[in-house]
Every structure is written in structure tokens, then in C-alpha cells.
Write a protein that binds this ligand. Sequence first.
Ligand code: IPM
Ligand code: MG
Length: 388
Amino acid sequence: MGEAIVNAAEKFSKLIEMQMQRVEKMKAEKDFVDYNALDQIVIGIAGGDGIGPAITNEAQRILEFLLKEDVQKGKVAFKVIDGLTIENRAKVMKAIPDDVLEELKQCHVVLKGPTTTPRAGDPWPNIESANVAMRKELDLFANVRPVKVPEEGIDWTFFRENTEGAYALGSLGMHINDDIAFDFKVITTEGIERIARAAFDFAVKNGKKKVTIVTKANVVKTTDGKFLNKCYEIAKEYPGLEVDDWYIDIMTAKLIDRKRRTQFEVFVLPNLYGDILTDEAAEFQGGVGTAGSANIGKRYAMFEAIHGSAPRMVEEGRAKYADPCSVIKAGALLLAHLGYTGQAQKLEKALEICTNVEKKLVITGRDTGATGAEFANYIMETIQSMEG
Ligand code: IPM
Ligand code: MG
């Protein structure tokens, strides 16, 4: 028994050291990149696995179309990164191969396609998710997920903490002995401060009145308790906002309470609760396939669709019929983040017209419907006609 405890304690002290180093890095972090001040903004396009390359390619065409002028001027450049595949990752047994990480770091923002997350029992080695690794490596601490269902009065923006909580050491838990397994949850002052400020700043800038903190602080008293208290403390810097808090269990229930749910606007929450609640929320809008997600850090930002890589579509030769709309929506988030607000709004509007109003083309995922390329053309034609 003694030896198991000593071994575990030794491993635990290494984990603490790692986290202390991470805190030092966060403390040394500079402020957000000012894209206006850059000579050139580099937009990375990382297709990922399965249908990823096909759909991100369509999104890239649309971004190039909308940013034509700045591309010509050299203010914007695109960089295609194609090594982020499960085959490459399995070969070097790394969530992100080193050369791919280097390429990602040469960009300011990245549009990412879906990447396969290995799990026990599938043909791939059980390496860490490329998503989770990228969030950590590029320190993308704010996972911003908007969900809108205008006809139901739903207009939510989730600020999910993206680098800590249950994910910080998600692949570094330990089996103490045959009977006992431990996982860890990590929360830091810096980590809470930056996600709370991101949420409150967003609320103020976007005319929102209310921010809701979600935890399970009544049970998970230390880490969730710290998250809750710190968020309230920072809220004092934003006297114009109404801030309240809910526990995650009742929060999931209130999202299906038609009267109640329309009162929520902005949410700030730890990683795992954010993971779960945003899937539930996306369901009201048509499912996770319809949701885009922004992963924002101070130096880098990454934008992605939150659906899978659909390997079966590729095996059956149907990749070209895959629906590019959610990654195109992620592209709109990317434009907005870079400050191309007008272009972002046009793109959102065109997406809405093409997928919900006019529906001249429909995607079925098979040859019974339009190809992704045809649909992307349709979106660009719609933007053009909006411009008159
Ligand atoms: C998400 C996904 C990821 C997560 C998976 C793929 C690791 O569910 O982006 O929400 O859990 O964060
Ligand atoms: Mg998820």
C-alpha cells in the first residue's frame, strides 16, 4: 500500500509542477494581437480528417472571395496546412505532429476541419484529441459558441473555458492501484480571470445585459467554488451587467424551459460543463452540425465546426457531397474576430438565406443533392446579389 501512495504522490508532484509552469506562462502573456497593426494576417486552413479537407476548401474559397481586396494588397494571406490527419498523428504518436504545430504557429488564425478523436477500441492508438491539444498548445482559452433560434427568442453566447478544468489533465489521470483511479480538475486564478473578462467584455461590447455563471459549486467546492467566486469578483468591474449563477444540472433543465430560456444571454462556464451544455444548446438550432465554434487566445485563434469527420462518406466516395455550411459558419466567426465585421455579417446573412429561406439548392450528403462546391458558389452568388 505504501509504495502505491509514494508513486502516486511523486506523479502528483510532477503534475503540480507542470501546472505551476503553465501559470507562469499565463502571467507573462501579452495582450491580444492587434490585427490592424499587422503588415500581414496569415489565415491557416487545416483540413483535418475525413470530409474535412473537402469542406474547409469550400470555406476557404468563400473567405478568399470576401477578402479579395486585402488578399490582393497582401494584407491577408492563406496558408494550407494538410498534415493534421489521423494517419500522420498515429505515425508519430502525437496529437499534433511537431512540423504541423510549427506551421500552425506561423498563422494568426486557423480555420480547422474535423479531426478524429481516437478512443479505446478503435483502430487508432489512443492519443490525445488534436482539438484538445491545439487548444492547450496555442493557449486558446476561450471557446465561444453562439446559438441562435430567432423564432424561439433564443440568442445565446457560451464562453466555455477551454484549457483547464477536467480537460487540463484529462489524459494524465492515474491508476493508484488495481482498485483506485484518479482524475484531476485544475482551476487557476489567471485562467478564471481571462475567461470571465472575455465573457463580460463581450457582453458589454454587444449590448447584452446579462451574464450567467454555471458551475456545480455546491458539490465540487474547491475548483468550482473558486470559479464562481472569482467570476463574481470580476463582475464588480462591470456594474452595468446583471450577473447570476446556476448549477449545471438545473441549467440543463432550464434550457428546455421555453419561458425561462429566452432570458439567458451570455454564459461563462468551466470546460466540461461548457462541452456538455453547448451540445444541448446547439440541438435547438438543428444539432451540433449547425454550430460553429471559436477558440480564442491572446496570440492565436482557431475556428472550427463541431461535427465529426464522417469517414464513411469518404469511403463511399461522397466527400464532395458533404455539407460545408458549419465550417463556413466558423469562417464567419473568423472574419468577425479579425474585425471584418461587414463581411462576416454578409456571410451570415447569405448562409441564412441559402439554408433557411430561399433553399434553391439542398445538400443531402449524396448525389441526390448539391455538392459542397455548388453550395459554396450559391452562397457567393447570394452575397453578390446582396451587394446589388
Ligand atoms: C468539442 C468536442 C471536443 C471536446 C472533443 C472532440 C474532444 O466535443 O469541441 O466540444 O470535448 O471539447
Ligand atoms: Mg463537445
